[in-house]
Design a protein around this ligand. Structure first.
Ligand code: PMP
Length: 293
């Protein structure tokens, strides 16, 4: 069974009944926030971090989530249980709710909350073994002073424009730079490079989401003898890196072997990257919040 029952506002409803108004500002204006969460082996991975980011995004856009954190946690678990899932991709959305045709959020009385717990569509194992080809694109990441990429908002048009460029270039993911030309992140993933045993990822102020999987990698990397650093870097640093990989809830840790037609390192997933993939899988499969206890 998968995503047959959807949590909508304060109850579980059948998929066919899970409908949202065309006047919902999430639909009309992209006014809202979301989380993408994974469950492995009957446990929700890094659940608390996802909840923290959700409530922080809500605070940033002055959205009052009608469920408190404990209620939200229970609602997510209840939705996974109702769909009898052990492994799941969970999409949690809170929009500004129904308003009029103007954009003023004050006109929206009650936020819409929905939770979908679905089977996951995994990336083919081939990508983990052989790596991805990616490209930098012309579309710059939103500047934090306009729409801070740390807010996991429903407004993904910036990323979608970059994805269209990636599609045109015939690669699976786009690397977005910020307005000054520093590497920011990908359309749905954070980015890391390794050079001379040093692991580097852009600081979030460059214009990147504080990814939960990014946090996991920063936490475990020193175990493998890597020095860890959050610092700005450019396309030149990408091209000349020893290794490169992306992190995200859907992709987990995925190696990059070519950027803009430049081979990275040996052109195969790097040694550190392979160790980090294994470590990540071990943590994902063996830690987390139990769903059925
Ligand atoms: N950046 C963007 C733009 C994202 O949408 C995501 C999540 N899909 C990430 C980075 C990775 O974050 P996380 O590890 O929390 O999934």
């Amino acid at each position: 069974m998968s995503s047959e029952k959807i949590f909508l506002n304060d109850e579980l409803v059948e998929k066919e009944e899970a409908k949202v108004s065309v006047f919902d500002h999430g639909f009309l204006y992209g006014d809202g926030i979301f989380e993408g969460i994974r469950a492995y082996n009957g446990r929700v991975f890094r659940f608390e971090e996802h909840l923290t980011r959700l409530y922080e995004s809500a605070k940033a856009i002055k959205l009052d989530i009608p469920l408190d954190r404990a209620e939200m946690k229970e609602a997510v678990l209840e939705t996974i249980r109702a769909n009898e899932l052990e492994d799941a991709y969970i999409r949690l959305v809170v929009s500004r709710g129904v308003g009029d045709l103007g954009l003023d959020p004050q006109k929206c009385d009650e936020p819409t909350v929905l939770i979908i717990a679905s089977d996951i569509e995994l990336y083919p194992e081939d990508f983990y073994e052989n790596g991805l080809e990616v490209a930098t694109v012309a579309t710059r990441r939103n500047i934090p002073e306009a729409l801070n990429p740390r807010i996991k908002s429903l407004n993904y048009l910036n990323n979608i424009l970059a994805k269209i460029e990636a599609n045109q270039a015939g690669v699976l993911e786009a690397i977005m730079l910020n307005n000054e030309g520093y590497v920011a992140e990908c359309t749905g993933d954070n980015i890391f490079i390794i050079k001379d045993d040093k692991l580097i990822t852009p600081p979030t102020y460059v214009g990147a989401l504080k990814g939960i999987k990014r946090g996991v990698v920063l936490e475990v990397a020193p175990e493998f003898g890597l020095e860890v650093s959050e610092e700005v870097f450019t396309r030149h640093d990408l091209y000349t890196a020893d290794e490169c990989f992306l992190t995200g809830t859907a992709a987990e840790v995925i190696p990059v072997v070519t950027i803009d037609d430049r081979q990275i390192g040996s052109g195969e997933p790097g040694g550190y990257t392979k160790q980090l993939i294994e470590k990540f899988r071990d943590l994902a499969n063996n830690t987390g919040t139990p769903i059925y206890e």
